[in-house]
Design a protein around this ligand. Structure first.
Ligand code: NAD
Length: 394
């Protein structure tokens, strides 16, 4: 069939297998053009199919020659419905890993469940012995608790008082004022349950209890801080409360892992277009302005460049990781000259000035790239089979 993008707001309900494969190949090419990494060896990435998790898996596999296990929640094609982008990305990654003689497996299912954790542990025991790096990169709107059975939903809202600011419809370029009412206490609680650290902790505890965490193992989860203009909706909002919980988990996990020479970190990453970030009000407009400024200053990075920097300068560097549990690879985004320029532009951005002051074209392109569209070298008029198998699917 001919596969075209079908968007509904910040969601695209179709994905292109060739385009996703091409996006994965570009990330692999970037990593293979860099200096080889000195580690890790056996890696588990939870939330491995898109965004930062996919880039982490590619960095480990093709940058260090590591064996990788990816856990993710994606759907295969069914009839005329395409698979999700993460499915196609993972299929391409597994093919490339096999071609390069790297061992890898993929597990599709709910990472929050005990069933998927047990399945992963059995796989590690049977095929890998132990893992020495666990990347936790799940971003989800919902979580069912494995013990209580309660299903939580996360919301992106301010805490305490309503928040008003500019936002953009990135499809049309229309800039409007938006007001988001504050979350209730229960919404805060539920968002922490979905995006906080409890599930990360459960993974590490269960891997450790099963004896499949190597001595000296590292684990890392991802966070975002961002500039003041987004603080009410991010850092000080519901998601920020969840990230505080994630940091607390890192401190607790660090204590446990240190006994065997290991570490737990939270890496604070740059704001980038991913399926998760495009759902946050105000943030796409900020990202568009940020892209323009960082591209002009030749500082722009995507997920793969960020992950290479995380691995090469922090996790597997002679310098070692930062002191404490926080790693800052948002340092270029947060540079004073970058932020000053973004804020100057922010004040002036309106519908008729957005193309001049921000990089909405780049934002849109990145958004469509996430689903395998608008990718050079792909024939979008060609008849394409949406049914693609993932090799080494357990
Ligand atoms: P993403 O939406 O691209 O990726 C989320 C991943 O989680 C996918 O692989 C998806 O399959 C997986 N997933 C979702 N629900 C799952 C479930 N129940 N079981 C198994 N897998 C599941 O998101 P992203 O933007 O890469 O976010 C990853 C992390 O990075 C998050 O913690 C996010 O807060 C953080 N982060 C993102 C940004 C940004 O700008 N995008 C910046 C800094 C930090």
């Amino acid at each position: 069939m001919i596969i075209q993008p079908k968007t509904r707001g910040f969601i695209c309900t179709t994905a292109h297998p060739e385009g996703c494969a091409q996006q994965v190949r570009q990330q692999i090419d970037y990593i293979q053009a860099q200096k080889k990494l000195s580690g890790p060896v056996n890696v588990l990435v939870v939330g491995a199919s898109t965004g930062y998790g996919l880039a982490s898996r590619i960095t480990a596999a093709f940058g260090a020659g590591a064996n990788t296990i990816g856990v993710f929640f994606d759907k295969p094609a069914e009839g005329a419905r395409t698979a999700s982008a993460g499915w196609y990305n993972s299929a391409a990654l597994e093919r490339a890993a096999e071609e390069q003689g790297l061992k890898s497996h993929s597990i599709v299912g709910d990472a929050f469940s005990d069933e998927i954790k047990s399945k992963t542990i059995e796989l590690i025991k049977a095929e890998y012995g132990q893992v020495d790096l666990v990347v936790y990169s799940v971003a989800s709107p919902r979580r069912t608790h494995p013990v209580t059975g309660e299903t939580f939903s996360s919301v992106i809202k301010p805490v305490g008082e309503a928040y008003s600011n500019k936002t953009v419809n990135f499809h049309t370029g229309e800039v409007t004022q938006t007001t988001i009412e504050p979350a209730t206490d229960d919404e805060v609680r539920q968002t922490i349950a979905v995006m906080g650290g409890e599930d990360w902790g459960m993974w590490i505890d269960q891997l450790s209890a099963a004896g499949v965490l190597a001595d000296g193992a590292i684990t890392v989860a991802y966070s975002y801080i961002g500039p003041e203009v987004t603080h009410p909706i991010y850092k000080e909002g519901t998601i920020g409360q969840a990230k505080i919980d994630l940091e607390k988990t890192a401190i607790a996990l660090n204590e446990k892992l240190q006994a065997s020479g290991g570490h737990a970190y939270v890496s604070v990453n740059k704001a980038l277009v991913t399926q998760s970030s495009s759902a946050i009000p105000v943030v796409p407009l900020y990202i568009s302005a940020l892209y323009r400024v960082m591209k002009d200053k030749d500082l722009h990075e995507n997920t793969i460049e960020q992950m290479y920097r995380l691995f090469s300068e922090h996790l597997y560097s002679e310098k070692g990781a930062d002191e404490g549990h926080l790693i800052r690879i948002d340092d270029w985004e947060m540079r004073e000259d970058v932020q000053e320029e973004v804020m100057k532009r922010w004040a002036a951005i309106e519908t008729d000035t957005i193309d001049e002051l921000a990089d909405l074209v780049g934002y849109r392109e990145d958004f469509f790239n996430l689903f395998g569209f608008q990718t050079a070298g792909v024939d979008y008029e060609a008849d394409t089979d949406p049914a693609v198998d993932i090799k080494h699917l357990v």
